[in-house]
Design a protein around this ligand. Structure first.
Ligand SMILES: [Zn+2]
Length: 96
């Protein structure tokens, strides 16, 4: 029988599919943005590794200053996109 408590090999979605985030790929970046506030989800929600999370954040601000992405909301066209992670189930519980 397999050990149910065995840890899964930790690899974030971006590393797993070997995706490089780019500020021009607004659709992908929007996946890390909250639909309500436009804020970028933290690492405990996105499950990204540190490098990828920092990259996502810098690419998002690049896209925002280039006018490709909104600051306070998510593009309505992207709202139906499949989610890369479950917002309701953060890896690490948060304070609120
Ligand atoms: Zn990673």
């Amino acid at each position: 029988m397999e050990n149910p408590y065995e840890k899964e090999k930790i690899q974030c979605v971006l590393c797993k599919h070997n995706i490089t985030v780019d500020y021009k790929n607004v659709r992908l970046l929007s996946q890390f943005q909250s639909p309500c506030t436009g804020r970028i989800y933290g690492r405990h929600i996105t499950g990204l590794c540190k490098q990828q999370q920092e990259l996502v954040q810098s690419e998002i601000s690049k896209a925002q200053s280039a006018g490709l992405m909104a600051y306070y909301l998510k593009e309505p066209v992207f709202l139906q996109d499949p989610e890369l992670f479950n917002v309701e189930k953060p890896i690490r519980p948060h304070r609120f």
